[in-house]
Design a protein around this ligand. Structure first.
Ligand code: UDP
Length: 253
């Protein structure tokens, strides 16, 4: 690459989109957005838009898949055909199958599965728009939807991407940063109270120092995601309480 073609991924402390190295894109989460589902959530994280529906725990069928000791988590991550620059085939590809597997396993660490033998907890994720970081956005939204469904959990799962672009360790990479020639992309999910890591994937290579720096950034990022998740649930349950009081009052009259 010629020197003049070199992109400064961080210049004067600012990234291409104006963020600081440790700054997340704006996050908005709403719990309880779908009537038909037992639990649901809608999340916007920068350009990423994610809708999650949770069903269950319900009888696992066919019966031979049932586990008499615990519930199964069936996580379905799908990208809408229109959510990416080049039309995506509606058929689930290798990437979606892999993301579904590791994300389901991450949620299993949080849910008290042993309380629901022979059942399945189905989590349906639809990515409606994307700009890198959709698996962590989806996982964060999914744990809000599980809480909305009233499924008992040790903690929420909060997830974030960290990585490197242009030699700089940065939080929450966007697509331009993920496409940097030296990019490292590391999605991480944790149970924020205990800091237990329940998902960690990595594309690219870090030095030991970069790794330590990115783990610190990830922890900081997950704490912010956790706050947004709890705020969404607080709002949902305060509204439900208000509705409940209103209908009780109407019943008394
Ligand atoms: N992407 C795409 N087509 C695909 C898959 C992904 O254009 O078939 C884009 C999409 O915007 C996604 C980004 O590439 O968010 C990064 O994808 P990656 O596999 O790293 O997963 P993510 O960062 O979204 O979890």
């Amino acid at each position: 690459m010629k020197k003049k073609d070199k992109v400064d991924y961080v210049k004067n402390g600012k990234r291409l989109d104006g963020r600081k190295v440790d700054e997340l894109r704006p996050i908005k989460i709403e719990a309880g957005v779908l009537q038909r589902a037992d639990g649901s959530a809608y999340l916007e994280w920068g350009q990423n838009k994610v809708l999650v529906a949770v069903y269950g725990p319900r009888e696992a069928l066919p019966k031979h898949i049932q586990n008499p000791y615990r519930a199964l988590v069936n996580y379905n991550y799908r990208m809408a055909t229109f959510s990416v620059p080049d039309r995506k085939s509606p058929k689930p590809g290798r990437r979606e199958i892999e993301i579904s597997k590791v994300s389901g396993e991450a949620l299993e660490r949080a849910i008290f599965l042993e309380r629901f033998p022979n059942t399945t907890i189905d989590v349906f994720v639809e990515i409606l728009d994307s700009n890198a970081g959709t698996r962590v956005a989806a996982l964060s939204a999914a744990s809000v939807a599980l809480a909305d469904a009233g499924i008992p959990m040790r903690d929420l799962v909060s997830a974030v991407g960290v990585g490197k672009a242009g030699g700089e360790v940065i939080l929450d990479l966007n697509k331009a940063e993920e496409d940097a020639p030296d990019a490292v992309d590391m999605p991480i999910a944790m149970l924020p109270r205990t800091k237990e890591i329940v998902l960690l994937q990595m594309d690219g290579l870090f030095t030991k120092k970069e790794w330590q720096k990115s783990m610190k950034l990830a922890e900081k990022g997950c704490e912010q995601v956790y706050e947004a998740q709890r705020e969404a649930l607080r709002k949902k349950f305060l509204e439900a309480e208000k509705e409940d009081k209103k209908s009780k009052k109407a019943g008394d009259q």
